[in-house]
Design a protein around this ligand. Structure first.
Ligand SMILES: NC(=O)c1ccc[n+]([C@@H]2O[C@H](COP(=O)([O-])OP(=O)(O)OC[C@H]3O[C@@H](n4cnc5c(N)ncnc54)[C@H](OP(=O)(O)O)[C@@H]3O)[C@@H](O)[C@H]2O)c1
Length: 331
Protein backbone atom coordinates (compact mmCIF):
# COMPACT_ATOMS: atom_id res chain seq x y z
CA UNK A 1 0.00 0.00 0.00
CA UNK A 2 1.24 3.52 -0.87
CA UNK A 3 1.51 5.49 2.35
CA UNK A 4 0.43 8.69 0.61
CA UNK A 5 -2.60 10.24 2.20
CA UNK A 6 -5.17 11.98 0.01
CA UNK A 7 -8.00 14.09 1.38
CA UNK A 8 -11.07 13.98 -0.86
CA UNK A 9 -13.79 16.59 -0.36
CA UNK A 10 -17.16 15.57 -1.79
CA UNK A 11 -16.14 11.90 -1.48
CA UNK A 12 -19.71 10.83 -0.72
CA UNK A 13 -21.05 12.25 -3.99
CA UNK A 14 -21.65 10.59 -7.34
CA UNK A 15 -18.20 11.31 -8.82
CA UNK A 16 -16.57 11.17 -5.38
CA UNK A 17 -17.36 7.49 -4.87
CA UNK A 18 -15.65 6.64 -8.20
CA UNK A 19 -12.58 8.65 -7.20
CA UNK A 20 -12.37 7.00 -3.76
CA UNK A 21 -12.67 3.53 -5.32
CA UNK A 22 -9.84 4.23 -7.76
CA UNK A 23 -7.58 5.81 -5.14
CA UNK A 24 -8.13 2.84 -2.84
CA UNK A 25 -7.35 0.42 -5.68
CA UNK A 26 -4.11 2.30 -6.35
CA UNK A 27 -3.19 1.84 -2.70
CA UNK A 28 -3.62 5.38 -1.40
CA UNK A 29 -4.83 6.12 2.08
CA UNK A 30 -8.05 8.08 1.64
CA UNK A 31 -9.45 10.60 4.06
CA UNK A 32 -13.02 11.15 2.86
CA UNK A 33 -13.95 14.66 3.99
CA UNK A 34 -17.75 14.72 4.21
CA UNK A 35 -20.42 16.62 6.08
CA UNK A 36 -21.94 13.45 7.54
CA UNK A 37 -19.34 10.69 8.12
CA UNK A 38 -21.89 8.07 9.18
CA UNK A 39 -23.79 8.52 5.90
CA UNK A 40 -20.47 8.03 4.09
CA UNK A 41 -19.60 4.72 5.75
CA UNK A 42 -20.50 2.98 2.43
CA UNK A 43 -17.09 4.22 1.22
CA UNK A 44 -15.13 2.10 3.74
CA UNK A 45 -15.46 -1.28 1.95
CA UNK A 46 -13.93 0.32 -1.16
CA UNK A 47 -10.52 -0.18 0.44
CA UNK A 48 -8.81 -2.51 2.90
CA UNK A 49 -9.60 -2.18 6.59
CA UNK A 50 -8.67 1.37 7.66
CA UNK A 51 -7.70 2.49 4.17
CA UNK A 52 -10.72 4.78 3.64
CA UNK A 53 -11.74 6.93 6.58
CA UNK A 54 -14.74 9.26 6.49
CA UNK A 55 -14.11 12.41 8.55
CA UNK A 56 -16.32 15.42 9.16
CA UNK A 57 -15.72 18.66 7.24
CA UNK A 58 -17.76 21.40 5.68
CA UNK A 59 -15.93 23.47 3.05
CA UNK A 60 -17.75 26.55 4.31
CA UNK A 61 -16.05 26.08 7.68
CA UNK A 62 -12.35 26.85 7.36
CA UNK A 63 -11.42 25.28 10.71
CA UNK A 64 -12.90 21.92 9.74
CA UNK A 65 -11.14 22.11 6.36
CA UNK A 66 -7.73 22.76 7.96
CA UNK A 67 -8.18 19.77 10.30
CA UNK A 68 -8.91 17.25 7.54
CA UNK A 69 -6.13 18.48 5.25
CA UNK A 70 -3.48 18.33 7.98
CA UNK A 71 -0.86 15.77 6.97
CA UNK A 72 -2.29 15.12 3.49
CA UNK A 73 0.07 14.72 0.53
CA UNK A 74 -2.67 15.62 -1.92
CA UNK A 75 -6.11 17.13 -1.93
CA UNK A 76 -9.05 16.59 -4.30
CA UNK A 77 -12.03 18.90 -4.10
CA UNK A 78 -15.19 17.55 -5.75
CA UNK A 79 -17.67 19.57 -3.73
CA UNK A 80 -20.48 21.14 -5.67
CA UNK A 81 -24.17 21.91 -5.51
CA UNK A 82 -26.67 22.15 -8.38
CA UNK A 83 -29.22 24.37 -6.63
CA UNK A 84 -29.02 26.80 -3.74
CA UNK A 85 -30.67 25.97 -0.45
CA UNK A 86 -30.26 27.70 2.93
CA UNK A 87 -26.61 28.58 3.51
CA UNK A 88 -25.55 26.37 0.64
CA UNK A 89 -25.15 29.24 -1.84
CA UNK A 90 -23.19 28.81 -5.08
CA UNK A 91 -20.65 31.46 -4.07
CA UNK A 92 -20.25 30.09 -0.55
CA UNK A 93 -19.61 26.54 -1.77
CA UNK A 94 -17.97 26.91 -5.20
CA UNK A 95 -15.91 30.02 -4.48
CA UNK A 96 -15.39 30.63 -0.76
CA UNK A 97 -15.45 26.92 0.11
CA UNK A 98 -13.06 26.08 -2.73
CA UNK A 99 -10.75 28.88 -1.58
CA UNK A 100 -10.79 27.50 1.97
CA UNK A 101 -9.67 24.12 0.61
CA UNK A 102 -6.96 25.62 -1.64
CA UNK A 103 -5.63 27.84 1.14
CA UNK A 104 -5.41 24.97 3.61
CA UNK A 105 -3.74 22.77 0.96
CA UNK A 106 -1.19 25.51 0.27
CA UNK A 107 -0.58 26.08 3.99
CA UNK A 108 0.20 22.42 4.75
CA UNK A 109 2.40 22.16 1.66
CA UNK A 110 0.19 19.63 -0.13
CA UNK A 111 1.95 18.38 -3.27
CA UNK A 112 -1.11 18.62 -5.46
CA UNK A 113 -4.62 19.93 -5.55
CA UNK A 114 -7.22 18.75 -8.02
CA UNK A 115 -10.22 21.05 -8.19
CA UNK A 116 -13.49 20.10 -9.86
CA UNK A 117 -15.17 22.80 -11.88
CA UNK A 118 -17.58 22.44 -14.83
CA UNK A 119 -17.41 22.80 -18.60
CA UNK A 120 -18.59 26.29 -19.57
CA UNK A 121 -17.46 27.94 -16.32
CA UNK A 122 -17.03 31.61 -17.13
CA UNK A 123 -17.11 34.87 -15.22
CA UNK A 124 -19.27 36.21 -18.07
CA UNK A 125 -21.79 33.34 -17.92
CA UNK A 126 -25.39 34.41 -17.26
CA UNK A 127 -25.72 31.23 -15.14
CA UNK A 128 -24.92 31.87 -11.48
CA UNK A 129 -23.76 28.22 -11.13
CA UNK A 130 -21.21 28.58 -13.95
CA UNK A 131 -20.16 32.06 -12.83
CA UNK A 132 -19.51 30.80 -9.28
CA UNK A 133 -17.51 27.87 -10.71
CA UNK A 134 -15.35 30.34 -12.68
CA UNK A 135 -14.87 32.55 -9.61
CA UNK A 136 -13.83 29.42 -7.70
CA UNK A 137 -11.27 28.47 -10.37
CA UNK A 138 -9.79 31.96 -10.30
CA UNK A 139 -9.52 32.07 -6.54
CA UNK A 140 -8.16 28.50 -6.27
CA UNK A 141 -5.38 29.12 -8.82
CA UNK A 142 -4.45 32.39 -7.11
CA UNK A 143 -3.92 30.60 -3.81
CA UNK A 144 -2.57 27.32 -5.25
CA UNK A 145 -1.11 28.10 -8.74
CA UNK A 146 -0.27 24.44 -9.42
CA UNK A 147 -3.83 23.25 -8.91
CA UNK A 148 -5.28 21.18 -11.74
CA UNK A 149 -8.79 22.22 -12.73
CA UNK A 150 -11.07 19.51 -14.14
CA UNK A 151 -14.06 20.69 -16.18
CA UNK A 152 -16.37 17.88 -17.32
CA UNK A 153 -19.44 18.11 -19.52
CA UNK A 154 -22.48 16.26 -18.13
CA UNK A 155 -21.26 13.15 -16.28
CA UNK A 156 -23.03 9.78 -16.60
CA UNK A 157 -22.98 6.56 -14.64
CA UNK A 158 -25.45 4.37 -12.70
CA UNK A 159 -25.94 6.99 -9.98
CA UNK A 160 -26.11 10.07 -12.22
CA UNK A 161 -28.90 12.60 -11.92
CA UNK A 162 -29.22 13.60 -15.57
CA UNK A 163 -30.06 10.29 -17.30
CA UNK A 164 -31.81 8.78 -14.27
CA UNK A 165 -34.09 11.78 -13.84
CA UNK A 166 -35.09 11.79 -17.50
CA UNK A 167 -35.63 8.02 -17.41
CA UNK A 168 -37.83 8.42 -14.32
CA UNK A 169 -39.85 11.04 -16.18
CA UNK A 170 -40.25 8.60 -19.07
CA UNK A 171 -41.86 6.12 -16.66
CA UNK A 172 -44.83 8.29 -15.74
CA UNK A 173 -45.09 11.16 -18.20
CA UNK A 174 -46.99 10.71 -21.47
CA UNK A 175 -44.64 13.22 -23.16
CA UNK A 176 -40.92 13.98 -23.01
CA UNK A 177 -39.63 17.57 -23.17
CA UNK A 178 -36.84 18.47 -25.60
CA UNK A 179 -35.19 21.53 -24.09
CA UNK A 180 -33.84 24.35 -26.17
CA UNK A 181 -35.76 23.84 -29.40
CA UNK A 182 -36.69 26.97 -31.36
CA UNK A 183 -40.35 28.01 -31.62
CA UNK A 184 -41.92 25.93 -34.42
CA UNK A 185 -41.46 27.47 -37.85
CA UNK A 186 -42.67 26.70 -41.33
CA UNK A 187 -39.79 25.46 -43.43
CA UNK A 188 -39.84 24.06 -46.97
CA UNK A 189 -43.44 22.85 -46.90
CA UNK A 190 -43.45 21.47 -43.36
CA UNK A 191 -43.40 22.70 -39.80
CA UNK A 192 -40.03 22.29 -38.11
CA UNK A 193 -40.62 21.61 -34.41
CA UNK A 194 -37.20 20.57 -33.21
CA UNK A 195 -34.62 22.62 -35.13
CA UNK A 196 -31.23 21.07 -34.36
CA UNK A 197 -32.65 19.07 -31.45
CA UNK A 198 -31.88 21.49 -28.62
CA UNK A 199 -28.81 21.83 -26.41
CA UNK A 200 -25.76 19.76 -27.29
CA UNK A 201 -23.98 17.60 -24.68
CA UNK A 202 -20.83 15.52 -24.66
CA UNK A 203 -21.59 13.07 -21.84
CA UNK A 204 -18.53 11.70 -20.06
CA UNK A 205 -18.45 8.55 -17.92
CA UNK A 206 -17.82 9.11 -14.18
CA UNK A 207 -15.24 6.30 -14.14
CA UNK A 208 -13.25 8.04 -16.89
CA UNK A 209 -13.36 11.34 -15.00
CA UNK A 210 -12.13 9.56 -11.86
CA UNK A 211 -9.32 7.85 -13.81
CA UNK A 212 -8.25 11.24 -15.19
CA UNK A 213 -8.24 12.73 -11.69
CA UNK A 214 -6.02 9.95 -10.33
CA UNK A 215 -3.63 10.29 -13.30
CA UNK A 216 -3.53 14.05 -12.72
CA UNK A 217 -2.11 13.43 -9.27
CA UNK A 218 0.52 11.01 -10.47
CA UNK A 219 1.84 13.11 -13.35
CA UNK A 220 3.28 16.61 -12.77
CA UNK A 221 2.56 17.68 -16.36
CA UNK A 222 -1.06 18.32 -15.31
CA UNK A 223 -0.04 20.79 -12.57
CA UNK A 224 -1.46 24.26 -13.15
CA UNK A 225 -3.53 23.10 -16.15
CA UNK A 226 -7.24 23.21 -16.95
CA UNK A 227 -8.52 19.90 -18.34
CA UNK A 228 -11.87 20.01 -20.16
CA UNK A 229 -13.39 16.53 -20.34
CA UNK A 230 -16.10 15.14 -22.60
CA UNK A 231 -17.04 11.73 -23.88
CA UNK A 232 -16.39 10.37 -27.38
CA UNK A 233 -19.75 11.55 -28.81
CA UNK A 234 -21.85 14.70 -28.95
CA UNK A 235 -25.65 14.41 -28.68
CA UNK A 236 -28.49 16.90 -28.89
CA UNK A 237 -31.07 16.93 -26.11
CA UNK A 238 -33.48 15.22 -28.54
CA UNK A 239 -30.97 12.45 -29.26
CA UNK A 240 -30.47 11.93 -25.53
CA UNK A 241 -34.21 11.59 -24.97
CA UNK A 242 -34.38 9.12 -27.87
CA UNK A 243 -31.54 7.08 -26.33
CA UNK A 244 -33.35 6.96 -23.01
CA UNK A 245 -36.57 5.83 -24.65
CA UNK A 246 -34.70 3.22 -26.69
CA UNK A 247 -32.95 1.82 -23.60
CA UNK A 248 -36.15 1.70 -21.56
CA UNK A 249 -38.29 0.30 -24.36
CA UNK A 250 -40.75 3.16 -24.10
CA UNK A 251 -42.54 5.20 -26.75
CA UNK A 252 -43.47 8.79 -25.92
CA UNK A 253 -44.41 11.94 -27.76
CA UNK A 254 -41.50 14.37 -27.85
CA UNK A 255 -42.50 17.94 -27.11
CA UNK A 256 -40.23 20.81 -28.20
CA UNK A 257 -39.69 23.20 -25.28
CA UNK A 258 -38.21 26.58 -26.23
CA UNK A 259 -36.15 28.27 -23.50
CA UNK A 260 -38.81 30.92 -22.78
CA UNK A 261 -41.34 28.21 -21.95
CA UNK A 262 -38.73 26.19 -20.02
CA UNK A 263 -37.98 29.24 -17.81
CA UNK A 264 -41.68 29.62 -16.98
CA UNK A 265 -41.92 25.93 -16.09
CA UNK A 266 -38.75 26.24 -13.98
CA UNK A 267 -40.18 29.29 -12.20
CA UNK A 268 -43.19 27.22 -11.17
CA UNK A 269 -41.01 24.20 -10.33
CA UNK A 270 -38.99 26.39 -7.94
CA UNK A 271 -42.12 26.66 -5.78
CA UNK A 272 -41.73 22.95 -4.96
CA UNK A 273 -39.60 21.92 -1.94
CA UNK A 274 -37.20 20.03 -4.26
CA UNK A 275 -37.48 21.60 -7.71
CA UNK A 276 -36.74 19.17 -10.55
CA UNK A 277 -35.62 22.15 -12.68
CA UNK A 278 -34.45 25.66 -11.81
CA UNK A 279 -34.29 28.83 -13.91
CA UNK A 280 -30.51 28.82 -13.56
CA UNK A 281 -30.37 25.30 -15.00
CA UNK A 282 -32.44 26.52 -17.95
CA UNK A 283 -29.97 29.40 -18.36
CA UNK A 284 -27.14 26.86 -18.40
CA UNK A 285 -28.91 24.86 -21.10
CA UNK A 286 -28.81 27.91 -23.36
CA UNK A 287 -25.16 27.08 -24.04
CA UNK A 288 -24.00 23.78 -25.47
CA UNK A 289 -21.91 21.66 -23.11
CA UNK A 290 -19.29 20.47 -25.60
CA UNK A 291 -15.55 20.88 -25.91
CA UNK A 292 -14.01 23.14 -28.54
CA UNK A 293 -13.92 21.22 -31.80
CA UNK A 294 -15.83 18.43 -30.02
CA UNK A 295 -12.52 16.81 -29.04
CA UNK A 296 -12.96 14.67 -25.92
CA UNK A 297 -10.09 16.13 -23.89
CA UNK A 298 -8.62 12.76 -22.86
CA UNK A 299 -5.55 13.16 -25.06
CA UNK A 300 -3.29 14.05 -22.10
CA UNK A 301 -4.56 10.97 -20.22
CA UNK A 302 -4.04 7.22 -20.64
CA UNK A 303 -7.69 6.24 -20.91
CA UNK A 304 -10.02 6.19 -23.89
CA UNK A 305 -13.40 7.63 -22.90
CA UNK A 306 -16.39 5.31 -22.68
CA UNK A 307 -19.43 5.65 -24.95
CA UNK A 308 -22.86 6.17 -23.42
CA UNK A 309 -24.05 3.22 -25.51
CA UNK A 310 -21.76 0.93 -23.49
CA UNK A 311 -23.08 2.05 -20.11
CA UNK A 312 -26.71 3.18 -20.49
CA UNK A 313 -28.22 -0.30 -21.05
CA UNK A 314 -26.61 -1.50 -17.80
CA UNK A 315 -28.40 1.00 -15.60
CA UNK A 316 -31.46 2.22 -17.47
CA UNK A 317 -32.89 -1.31 -17.67
CA UNK A 318 -34.57 -0.80 -14.30
CA UNK A 319 -36.83 1.77 -16.00
CA UNK A 320 -37.99 -0.71 -18.66
CA UNK A 321 -41.71 -1.26 -18.92
CA UNK A 322 -42.36 -4.53 -17.10
CA UNK A 323 -39.11 -4.39 -15.12
CA UNK A 324 -35.42 -4.86 -15.76
CA UNK A 325 -35.67 -8.45 -17.07
CA UNK A 326 -38.47 -7.69 -19.52
CA UNK A 327 -35.95 -7.32 -22.34
CA UNK A 328 -35.12 -11.01 -22.08
CA UNK A 329 -37.71 -13.24 -23.62
CA UNK A 330 -39.44 -15.52 -21.16
CA UNK A 331 -38.12 -13.63 -18.09
N1 LIG B 1 -22.49 15.37 -12.24
C1 LIG B 1 -22.22 16.11 -13.30
O1 LIG B 1 -22.81 15.92 -14.40
C2 LIG B 1 -21.19 17.21 -13.22
C3 LIG B 1 -20.83 17.90 -14.40
C4 LIG B 1 -19.87 18.91 -14.32
C5 LIG B 1 -19.28 19.21 -13.11
N2 LIG B 1 -19.66 18.54 -11.98
C6 LIG B 1 -19.03 18.91 -10.71
O2 LIG B 1 -18.44 17.74 -10.15
C7 LIG B 1 -18.49 17.81 -8.73
C8 LIG B 1 -19.12 16.54 -8.18
O3 LIG B 1 -20.40 16.39 -8.76
P1 LIG B 1 -21.36 15.18 -8.35
O4 LIG B 1 -22.24 14.93 -9.51
O5 LIG B 1 -20.56 14.07 -7.77
O6 LIG B 1 -22.23 15.88 -7.23
P2 LIG B 1 -22.91 15.25 -5.93
O7 LIG B 1 -23.22 13.82 -6.12
O8 LIG B 1 -24.04 16.15 -5.57
O9 LIG B 1 -21.76 15.37 -4.84
C9 LIG B 1 -21.43 16.59 -4.29
C10 LIG B 1 -20.66 16.36 -3.02
O10 LIG B 1 -20.39 17.63 -2.41
C11 LIG B 1 -20.65 17.50 -1.01
N3 LIG B 1 -20.93 18.81 -0.42
C12 LIG B 1 -21.91 19.69 -0.76
N4 LIG B 1 -21.81 20.79 0.00
C13 LIG B 1 -20.76 20.60 0.84
C14 LIG B 1 -20.17 21.39 1.83
N5 LIG B 1 -20.64 22.59 2.17
N6 LIG B 1 -19.06 20.90 2.48
C15 LIG B 1 -18.57 19.67 2.17
N7 LIG B 1 -19.11 18.86 1.23
C16 LIG B 1 -20.20 19.34 0.58
C17 LIG B 1 -21.80 16.55 -0.94
O11 LIG B 1 -21.86 16.00 0.34
P3 LIG B 1 -23.20 15.93 1.21
O12 LIG B 1 -23.58 14.49 1.15
O13 LIG B 1 -22.76 16.37 2.55
O14 LIG B 1 -24.21 16.86 0.59
C18 LIG B 1 -21.38 15.52 -1.99
O15 LIG B 1 -20.48 14.59 -1.45
C19 LIG B 1 -19.25 19.09 -8.40
O16 LIG B 1 -18.33 20.11 -8.13
C20 LIG B 1 -20.01 19.40 -9.67
O17 LIG B 1 -20.27 20.78 -9.81
C21 LIG B 1 -20.59 17.53 -12.02
Amino acid sequence: MKSRLITVFGASGFIGSYVVKRLAKQGYLVRAAVRDPSAASFLKPMGDVGQVTPVQANVRNQESVIKVIDGADGVINLVGIFRQIGRQRFDAVHCQGATNVAQAAADVGSRYLVHMSALGASLRSPSIYLKSKAAGEKSVTKVFPNATIIRPSVVFGPQDVFFNRLATLACFSPVMPVMGCPYPKYNAGRIDFFGNGGTLFQPVYAGDVADAIVQTMEDDTHAGKIRDLGGPEVFSFKEIIEKILHNTGRRKFLVPVPFGLASTVAFLAELLPVPPLTRDQVTMLRNNSVLDGEANGFLPFDNTPTSVDVMLPSYLDKYCKGGRFSRFSGA
